[in-house]
Design a protein around this ligand. Structure first.
Ligand code: DAK
Length: 257
């Protein structure tokens, strides 16, 4: 697949999608949005891949949706065009997606990171929802996922008053899993993702499904999803292999079946 706005590579079982519009601080135009999701879906289907990283460059993860492309849009265009629906494609990715964030993660960039399953932040990472400064509000989950993650009052301050979070604050408020040095931040994220990718594939898939249910259902429904997923894993060869390997004091050899 040839892309014009992203770069892709694989390192072992880790697939990497790198946003590559440095001249625009990696702002998401429609082409880049489509390419990012095409690449994510291709890695999701690839059995050789166990985890996916989305990253930008040291200065910018992504500075949001492309303001220049969106400035003249009408209400009808916003409702009807793909630019809205396309963001939902991230929710269908079943493998773990890790955002490796360095520099700016603003607006849609912050929302993209919030839509990922885990976030590795470099020391220079800055997270914010500055849409209010251009007369709008977040539209890709910034009011919802952010409020669930950091709580109402901080989310209000970020969305209404353009408060940005440093990497330290992002970690403190649960938005970032880990902080790593700027230099080599992607290598550190790959090491992290590599460990994730080494886990039993079916169990990882069920784990992602069950944790996500915690944000979309009542406690009772979520517990039912967890119980169903737990029982289903007893139909996999990997459950037998994992438990046998423990008893035999050896490393498991996962088959993804
Ligand atoms: N769009 C377009 N171009 C951008 C951009 C953006 N979001 N951010 C930066 N650029 C461009 C700048 O225009 C500049 O281009 P030239 O002027 O050189 O041609 C170049 O990138 C370098 O930017 P700066 O000169 O501004 O660089 P600085 O280091 O001074 O500042 C900055 C970096 C990231 C702090 C600053 O560029 C900035 O504040 N950028 C805008 C951030 C922002 O407001 N982001 C929110 C955009 S709105 C939805 C889904 C998604 C969304 C909405 C709905 N649905 C599903 C409904 C998302 C909306 C948004 O993200």
């Amino acid at each position: 697949m040839t892309y014009t706005t992203i770069l892709t590579e694989t390192r072992g079982r880790v697939g990497i999608v790198q946003l590559n519009r440095p001249q625009a601080m990696n702002a998401f135009n429609l082409v880049m949005l489509g390419e990012v999701f095409d690449a994510l879906e291709a890695f999701d289907k690839d059995e050789a891949i166990g985890a996916i990283i989305v990253t930008g460059n040291e200065k910018a993860f992504a500075a949001g949706a492309d303001i220049k492309e969106m400035a003249e849009a009408s209400y009808v265009q916003m409702v009807v065009e793909e630019r809205v629906a396309v963001w939902d494609r991230i929710r269908k990715i079943r493998k773990p997606v890790i955002a490796a964030v360095s520099g700016w993660a603003l607006g849609g960039g912050c929302e993209f990171a919030l839509s990922c399953d885990m976030v590795i932040a470099s020391e220079s990472a800055k997270f914010g929802q500055p849409e209010i400064t251009i007369g709008v509000i977040p539209g890709a989950g910034g009011t919802q996922r952010l409020a669930r993650l950091v709580g109402k009052h901080l989310a209000m301050e970020m969305v209404i008053n353009n408060r940005t979070l440093t990497a330290q604050e992002a970690q403190q408020f649960g938005l970032a899993n880990r902080i790593v040095p700027v230099e080599g931040y992607l290598d550190a994220a790959v090491t992290f993702a590599d460990e994730v990718a080494s886990r039993a594939p079916m169990a990882v898939r069920m784990a992602k499904d069950a944790v996500n249910a915690a944000f979309e259902t009542t406690l009772t429904e979520g517990l039912n999803v967890e119980k169903r997923d737990f029982y289903q894993l007893f139909a996999t060869e990997d459950q037998k292999e994992g438990m046998t390997a423990f008893i035999e004091k050896r490393k498991p050899n996962w088959k993804g079946k």
